[in-house]
Design a protein. Sequence first.
Length: 555
Amino acid sequence: MGKANNGTAAPGAGSSLADSPQWQAFARAADAARLDAGALKTIEAAGLCVDLTMQWQSPALEEAGRALLEARGLAAARDALFEGGPVNWTEGKPAWHTALRAGRTREAPDGQDSESVREYARMLDYVRALDKAGDYSSVLHIGIGGSDWGPRLAVQAFGGPAQRRQIRFVSNIDGHSLHDAVAGLDARRCLVVISSKSFTTAETLHNARAAIAWLRNGGVRDASAQLAAVTANPSAARALGVPGSQVFKMCDWVGGRYSVWSVAGLSIALTVGAEVLIGMRAGAEAMDQHFRQAPVGANAPVQLALAGLVNCSVKGHNSLNIAAYSARLLHLVTYLQQLEMESLGKRVAGDGQPVGVPTAPIIWGMPGTDGQHTFFQWLHQSEDGAPVDFIASLQGHPGSPDAHRMLLANCLAQRQALLRGKSLEQALLDVAHIDDRERALSLARHMVHPGGRPSTLVVMRQLDPRSLGALLALYEHKVFVQSVVWGINPFDQWGVELGKRLATGIERELAVPVSAGLVDWGHDASTSYWIDRYRSHAQAPRPRHAGLPGVAAHL
Ligand code: F6P
């Protein structure tokens, strides 16, 4: 990851988006469009219904969007994505997560993809064998970013009482994470799954070593036997002690934030069942087909992307709120934060020049109705507000139809309130009983909701693996379409490298003995101050904290 090679030609290099006549026509049409939910606009895609009625609309905007996508070369870019072309042009690699979803149906001539199919089958066989033998009552999943969010999301969505094994996740390098995760687990009945595409991620390797120490100190004589790994770097996993038969190979041509479609689904299969993985892949594959085949005007990812381009790049909204009306989608926002912000959080296009229009809104949110009691006030009445993507299902928990009706009613009501708002005249009716008219008017002003705030509603029949897979692929392709328009490479992540590199040096400096005397670290005043202050603090004599048996000594 993060390696520069010669790369490949960037699509659209040399053409400034902001100066292009198609962009200017699109921006003009967006300025003149209506936001009044006057015309129903829904698209059925892979079992989802995407309702864009409450976005900016007009026939001219539709037409300008079509012309923009054509000018930016969407069709060719999409073909390259699906055919395994080097769409990650700064690293000269494909980003071929769609091939994983297509599974057996696609065989690359160079055999690359048959290896991914083989490894996936081997991973599922491994899970079946463990299930049959009744091995392990818990899984300790170690990984971060794309090697963590997918499993967390799926386990939260489909776990619960029927879960086959307990699972604990450790991602953060914060020692509390591992201590808390292993608390109450029987080391002898726990499988440690180390998930890392690169197998060089500092947090993951540190936590993996600490987990191995925990196994040993928990009475496990052969700790290696209780390790499994998913990685594109099998030799590093074996070097850590993971038996080769329990190392499952990811392909280098799948980006870390797309790894849930790969053997990185191991922990999902172990805890909520292989059928969840299979269903998710099938839903994503159905969305892939829709994205490839549906015409622009009826293409859900494309239309979602265009709505986002209007809101972000034309109307200037720098964030997008995700409100999933499902407690089981607790981790959807974080999953989408990585997908959208690691992919699009960039400001230069293929030619290295600034894109020239605002890009990549901040993704934030939490499930409804919790969000309503947290930040919806801001969505309704702050100066700017933000567009919202509402996500809901027709069917909720079968045992609580009333609760689901309330949940859905809240979702529909919030969208309506954001769009319609509440005028001063309406607010005055609410205070008509107050005799003091001056006070009534002043109070009414506080009750005004400006309205005119756009939203999308994505509805699934019910939250099941298939619909979750389709939902994730919907957002993946939306991101891809936006990247094509902005001219951004959505498959690299140079922005996480600089901080990582600096941390390595600073960590070394934090460990320098105070007895070394005054050191000129060559940093800014604040960084140098905190390095020295931490060293004095950490090296001051104090009683040692015992921590959990077997773990503290290794952290
Ligand atoms: O945050 C940067 C990143 O490289 C992500 O893209 C990736 O999901 C994460 O780190 C973990 O990387 P790895 O799977 O190689 O440990």
